[in-house]
Ligand binder design. Structure first.
Ligand code: SER
Length: 400
């Protein structure tokens, strides 16, 4: 099953169980929202999770693009991505958590073909004022899944707002038979999170009951594809095939650089198509970091004129093919204009290349040994505007 069929299988499953299909929304939350980007499928639904009636009713499903910067350093491993799509289902005061878990199990085993013997559940073990989630534990035991009880199985989208215990489904991605538990063995990959939201976290930190309990579930499309298509990483799923087919011919990056470039440039395309432009603060800064990290991955693996600060001969993001940009936008439900996206990338590339040239000459002049203390990094940042990441890379280039 490819990505398109996987999405429709998910949403059809819930639509045939009385859910209404939501349209995916922009990555940019409403003005006044303290969060920079939509980081979970539930985010656009926050007022409805907190009690407002939803115009489409009490059972909802959909696919939402999300962005998480918390995982930026982990990008390049098997499953972490910056921009991704989250498949979701919601019960706004309708069915309960156990029903959601039972449907979840039916969908991933009977429709996506996952082997139940390669699944593991985790359940909230109680923490502070809230006791263990006995209903979820009982449901998984009835369904025959091994369960790990964890105190930090608690989900919220920020310091205040709807929150509650969650139960996560993990899939085994190791070569041999499953071993260990989700919290002890990283080969258990988190697949689907079912949150039973029963509380509202108040600004003073206390919990008050929600007007009606809510079930909020989210499953990363790319991870589901990795597990269902039985490949070693999200980058080997059909979703990434257009990128993996094009980039090696364009730039010959090493394996890790290829993954970083794929994630960061794909994410940049989506963020630009959603209207963000690089800047030194807020959302624009997130985009700037993505583009500059891409350029670092692109240039640091190359010697000679193609590499760092090589001027006109440097490898350039301007070579990204138009159909790759347009196809990426389309997959996220966006009309990404290749000329606009490329223009934004190139303007940021020129700024960064200037910074690299300045950094190189300052480093050669002041620190010919390449050895720098924390004070030196601070001085270079405050006096010469050279970010730490860039200085570290220029002083100690890591070949990819
Ligand atoms: N809100 C939960 C999550 O993002 C489930 O959708 O994991």
């Amino acid at each position: 099953m490819d990505a398109t069929e996987t999405i429709s299988t998910f949403t059809d499953f819930f639509v045939s169980r009385g859910h209404r299909l939501l349209a995916g929304r922009t990555l940019l939350p409403q003005p006044g929202d303290p969060v920079l980007f939509t980081s979970a499928g539930m985010h656009p639904l926050t007022p409805f999770l907190a009690g407002a009636p939803h115009p489409l009713g009490r059972r909802l499903t959909g696919v939402q693009r999300c962005l998480r910067t918390t995982d930026l350093e982990e990008v390049g491993d098997q499953s972490h991505l910056t921009v991704f799509q989250m498949l979701g289902s919601w019960s706004l005061g309708d069915y309960d958590g156990p029903q959601s878990l039972r449907w979840g199990m039916e969908l991933i085993c009977d429709h996506f073909g996952l082997n139940p013997e390669l699944l593991h559940a985790t359940v909230f073990d109680g923490n502070g004022p809230v006791g263990p989630d006995a209903e979820a534990l009982q449901t998984w035991e009835d369904l025959g899944l091994p369960v790990e009880l964890l105190k930090d199985n608690w989900w919220s989208n920020g310091p205040t707002g709807p929150c509650g215990p969650d139960s996560e489904i993990f899939a085994w991605t190791g070569d041999g038979p499953p071993s260990g538990r989700p919290s002890t063995d990283p080969r258990w990959v988190e697949l689907w999170n079912h949150v039973t939201m029963r509380y509202l976290r108040e600004p003073d930190g206390s919990l008050s009951p929600l007007p009606r309990p809510v079930v909020d579930t989210g499953m990363g499309l790319e991870r589901l594809l990795m597990v269902a298509q039985q490949v070693g990483s999200v980058f080997e799923t059909d979703l990434f095939a257009p990128w993996i087919a094009v980039l090696p011919g364009l730039w010959q990056p090493g394996e890790r650089s290829l993954r970083i470039l794929t994630d960061h440039l794909r994410s940049s395309v989506v963020v630009i198509a959603d209207g963000v432009r690089p800047s030194s603060t807020g959302r624009g800064y997130v985009l700037r970091r993505l583009v500059r990290r891409s350029l670092t991955a692109l240039w640091s693996g190359c010697d000679g004129p193609a590499g760092w600060g090589g001027g006109e001969d440097s490898l350039t993001l301007g070579d990204l093919p138009s159909d790759l940009i347009a196809d990426t936008g389309e997959r996220f439900g966006l009309a990404a204009d290749p000329a606009v996206v490329r223009g934004v990338l190139l303007s940021e590339e020129r700024k960064f290349a200037g910074l690299v040239r300045r950094g190189r000459s300052v480093l050669a002049r002041l620190y010919p040994s390449g050895r720098l203390t924390e004070d030196d990094y601070e001085f270079l940042r405050d006096t010469h505007g050279l970010p730490r990441e860039l200085v570290a890379e220029l002083a100690n280039p890591q070949r990819s």
